[in-house]
Design a protein around this ligand. Structure first.
Ligand SMILES: Cc1ncc(C[n+]2csc(CCOP(=O)(O)OP(=O)(O)O)c2C)c(N)n1
Length: 531
């Protein structure tokens, strides 16, 4: 007779979920025992890394991923990157073991108290099956929940004594929709507003990239002769950044954002929250006289927007619908933004000079994964993303995503056969939050260069403190850290890049290597302004 374990693995196979990212414990061993030869276990040394590797893998493959964690403490360790997966809208099926049902009443060691509550509110659904036999069907429901819009993580708590129980018949493998089209009446209303607009502007979010809708976004921008901004603090690149209509990334503060949109009468925000702010800089949400149209596939995102009218729908389907409805305009196309001045020379170099050098050596089909907080503006100014699915960072603001996500994305590039080079740029503070991901990358022999701008400080927090007039904050400096030694300890190659004229060769060697290479680059201690 089939066991719950047999039926579950059979279902996972049918759902094409044969990779498990995780870190095992006693409460997971009964599930993992006799691990099937056609499954792969991607071993992370810490649950934060498991979660973000799975997130990166899911985003880069465009499919959900399965993360298996150790009961309450392991789930707790994974929480930071679960918060990020929620904001990233990444479909993850997160499972964790639970102690033996027969002992749960007396709460033995490693029992997860109120397991289904632990991951709230950062999951779409959380469940501990009432009966062992419900586990396979709970996986099916978890899958359907995770992938339906808005996509996101789900959580299952799975008692360790359930796996050898006799199973019910296998649940039906169900296909569910992963996108929906906007209400045609609202779409027509939005198109009419845009058609009558004197000066429309597009603000695009990560959902455009997730939907594979760059060509439609370009077509709409050109049809409307409208400039295009990326929504603030974007987790993906949304538009070819060398396109003359592209204006850059909007500032992530209320007043400055409205200022950047001044002069426009219609603001179409597609596939992003309205808006993702960070420091509080008061002001109006929109410039005077502007009307905001918001398209999202997330009703919660729509409900919490402080201004604007909204339509619910997939970014790609909405763009296609608007293109069907909108005539060409006779407005002149916006002029291209000026190229930035060459960076100033200094020793050690500025982050600006480092990223200008990185851009010179950037592989045409390169994928950038970044977590370089204070220097992000410089990175985005110098290194323009010109192809879809080529830029990833966290939507949440939580550090410890970038490095493991880069590992998951590099693995996906290999598994899908696309083989695009993946390069991570990770601040020397951010580097340490999920640093063990380096070991997994080394074990998987991933040719992943990790460029680490070393400024020995939490520069962005110094910038925030300056903006907010909060002097005297402790713990903003990082003395005594040897990034290269840490990297070597995890099995990576490492080479300090003291001069920028060494960067091209170092990057080339790292991309040709059969293991990750960490490239610490000492940079100047300048603290860029936060806005
Ligand atoms: C999990 C988590 N812990 C703490 C923070 C607060 N934080 C934001 S940026 C930052 C410093 C980042 O330092 P580094 O990577 O060196 O980049 P820099 O600001 O120097 O460019 C910290 C500690 C956070 N965002 N997430």
């Amino acid at each position: 007779m089939a066991t719950v374990r047999d039926t579950t693995y059979g279902l996972l196979r049918e759902l094409d979920l044969t990779i498990i990212f995780g870190n095992p414990g006693s409460t997971e061993e009964p599930f993992l025992q006799g691990f099937p030869a056609d499954f792969r276990y991607v071993h992370a040394l810490h649950e934060a890394s498991a979660m973000a590797m799975a997130d990166g893998y899911a985003q880069a493959t465009g499919r959900p991923a399965h993360v298996n964690l150790h009961t309450a403490p392991g789930t707790g360790n994974g929480m930071g990157n679960l918060v990020t997966a929620w904001h990233n809208k990444t479909p993850l099926i997160v499972t964790a073991g639970q102690q033996n049902r027969e002992m749960l009443l007396i709460e033995p060691r490693l029992a997860s108290r109120r397991a289904a509550e632990l991951t709230q509110p950062y999951v779409k659904w959380s469940y501990e099956p009432v009966r062992a036999q419900d586990i396979p069907a709970a996986f099916m429901r978890a899958y359907a929940t995770a992938v339906q819009p808005p996509a996101g993580p789900v959580f299952l708590s799975l008692p360790l004594d359930d796996w050898d129980r006799p199973a019910d018949p296998s649940p039906q493998v169900r296909e569910v929709a992963t996108r929906y089209a906007p209400d045609p009446v609202r779409l027509r209303d939005f198109a009419a507003v845009l058609a009558a607009s004197r000066s429309p502007v597009l603000v695009l979010g990560a959902a455009v990239d997730r939907a594979g809708a760059w060509p439609a976004a370009v077509a709409l921008a050109e049809r409307l002769a409208a400039p295009v901004w990326s929504a603030p603090a974007p987790e993906r690149a949304v538009f070819p950044e060398d396109h003359p209509h592209f204006r850059g990334v909007l500032p992530y503060a209320i007043g400055p954002l409205a200022e950047a949109l001044r002069g426009h009468d219609t603001v179409l925000v597609l596939g992003a929250p309205v808006f993702r702010y960070y420091p509080h800089v008061p002001g109006d949400y929109l410039p005077a006289g502007a009307r905001l149209l918001h398209v999202t596939d997330d009703p919660d995102e729509s409900a919490r927007a402080p201004v604007g009218e909204s339509a619910l729908g997939d970014a790609g389907l909405t763009l296609a619908g608007l293109l069907d409805l909108l005539p060409a305009t006779d407005r002149p196309a916006p002029a291209a933004r000026p190229e930035p001045e060459p960076p100033a020379e200094s020793s050690p170099p500025s982050a600006d000079a480092l990223f200008a050098a990185l851009a010179r050596h950037w592989p045409a089909d390169g994928v950038l994964v970044q977590e370089s907080p204070s220097n992000l503006a410089a990175l985005r100014r110098r290194l323009r993303i010109t192809r879809p699915g080529s830029y990833f960072t966290m939507a949440s603001g939580g550090l410890g995503f970038g490095l493991p996500a880069a590992v998951g994305i590099a693995l996906a590039e290999r598994d899908t056969g696309r083989g695009r080079p993946v390069v991570a740029v990770i601040g020397d503070g951010s580097f340490h939050y999920s640093v063990q991901a380096l070991w997994t990358a080394a074990q998987l022999r991933l040719p992943l260069p990790v460029v680490v701008p070393v400024n020995h400080q939490y520069a962005i927090l110094k910038a925030f403190a300056e903006l907010k007039h909060t002097p005297g904050v402790p713990a903003l400096d990082l003395p005594g850290l040897d990034v290269a030694a840490v990297a070597r300890g995890y099995g990576c190659a490492a080479e300090v890049v003291d001069r920028l004229d060494q960067l091209g060769d170092a990057l080339g060697a790292a991309l040709a290597a059969d293991r990750p290479t960490v490239l610490p680059v000492p940079i100047s201690l300048d603290v860029p302004r936060i806005l």
